[in-house]
Design a protein around this ligand. Sequence first.
Ligand SMILES: CC(C)(COP(=O)(O)OP(=O)(O)OC[C@H]1O[C@@H](n2cnc3c(N)ncnc32)[C@H](O)[C@@H]1OP(=O)(O)O)[C@@H](O)C(=O)NCCC(=O)NCCS
Length: 203
Amino acid sequence: MLAAVASLPQQHKQPSRITIRGERRSDVAAREALLNAAFGPGRFAKSSERLREGRVPARGLAFTAVDGKRLIGTVRLWSVTAGNAKGCLLLGPLAVVSDVRSLGVGAGLMWRALREAKRRGYRAVLLVGDPAYYQRFGFSAENTGALLMPGPYERDRLLAREFVPGTLAGARGMISADRPRPPRFAGIFDSVVGGRIPIAQPV
Ligand SMILES: CC(C)(COP(=O)(O)OP(=O)(O)OC[C@H]1O[C@@H](n2cnc3c(N)ncnc32)[C@H](O)[C@@H]1OP(=O)(O)O)[C@@H](O)C(=O)NCCC(=O)NCCS
């Protein structure tokens, strides 16, 4: 039986010279500079970072906003399990450079990310952020009361939006990072070399 999925708007208006595309490796320096400017050094102390460190974003779910060649925005999503609810994503960080804010770039990144997450079959998206900003994208704390982040956070800022209604109903416990399975031959290689080389980890 097909599960009911919540609908998302197909288009979001933003200035025509600005485009949103999949993140590229060459974005890294400008993306990190933007995140440092937006969040400062405290960005690595956030509880969300415990679910991101040492990992790559979920496949096809990191986006960059550009104005010509200039990187002006970023959003990334990470595969997680929310208590016992599988097929979830953690969204963040989301940031837009300060001189182009309030033009809809943040919203453009959000809608693009949510559409693609839904298309890829994910069931719900979670984040830690300001309800006043994220409620316009359908996020609320309604279903997150029994979930826990791995570190300090403000409960009313742990928000979620379901694509498949009921995904988070009854979900309780720690939100944890989904680890990709080790490469197929990693175990064999590991035993051949005496188990001293760690099984491949995501970068
Ligand atoms: C949050 C952010 C990504 C929004 O980007 P943006 O391109 O300006 O977003 P949009 O143009 O789609 O929306 C802007 C509107 O959201 C409002 N807004 C921005 N941040 C908000 C917040 N934390 N709470 C409530 N409203 C907020 C703006 O006031 C603006 O309102 P207006 O349309 O009435 O002028 C950007 O402000 C940013 O990078 N902030 C610093 C990093 C950050 O806080 N990231 C989010 C983590 S919670």
